[in-house]
Design a protein around this ligand. Sequence first.
Ligand SMILES: [Zn+2]
Length: 347
Amino acid sequence: MKAIRIHEDGGPDVLRYADRPDPGVRPGTVRIDVHAASLNHIDLFLRRGLPGITIPLPHIPGCDAAGVVSEVGGGVDSVRVGDRVLVNPTVSCGKCEFCVRGDASMCLDYHLIGETIDGTCCEQIVVPAENAIAFPDSLSFEEAASIPMVFVTAWRMLVTRARLRAGEDVLILGAAAGVGIACIQIAKVAGARVFAAASGAEKLKLCRELGADVLIDYSKEDFARRIREETGKRGVDVVVDYVGKDTWVRSLRSLARGGRLVTCGATTGYNPEEDLRHIFFRQLQVIGSTTGSRNELLAPLKLIIAGRMRPVVGAVFDLEDTAAAHVAMEERRALGKIVIRVRKTER
Ligand SMILES: [Zn+2]
């Protein structure tokens, strides 16, 4: 099969288009003919090299995929050959105390497809059967491939961890990026008022189309000041901040008393200034979150299939052009998810 492989850390030029042996199916796993994959920020971090995470090299990147089941291993009855499936990237043991209580992304043996094990930027992938989730013809492979990582992450952040409720106010930073797009829609379905912060008119227009109530161009104005104005100095109940270093203190300042700041990443840096006075005086909660369980992906998928939310495909690149796709992501050019087309099919 064809695959993208990384042999060393570095820039987009370390992504090589290469031939690899077809992967073999084991009991409890399925093989998927990948039709589309999609990019996430973690792909950039892993390609450049992350302190603290050792990636066995060479490595196939990519966490998200959609395709067709081509073979099932022994004991698998959840999907069949020919099923259209998308891939939940979180691999967990299913047995530890965290898995048993439904927190697969807290598993003591947590893996992410495309992180510490080979990923989806290739023609065939073998995954545990429970990671393959069937989806209907109403979604294209490119749409389906742009769902798992961002929707499972957004659902766990807003619904499971921050416990967002109807009538609450939520500020979403990076609202036109992949996770932001999912957060806007989940927050609207939950009945919250959404303040969307993004850079530039085009991105804010997308936020509006997805249901955002208040638009903030944070490349031009101080979002914390705007939040105080819009809420009569009260602040919002929840802030979603995966921007990190550039926005952290202003995110704390944007919260109402007792408010919750939830984070799943730090695209501008993980060592922000902190101001503990905000946290104790105003009784704030800082909540971490990462990826999610099968159920935390099934929930948003059900709403997408019902037409109440939608994935946003911003750009499509062929597998051999994955390096160009990484450049587009680094330059934040795409409006929505960047998808890698692995096989050229109608839907
Ligand atoms: Zn576990």
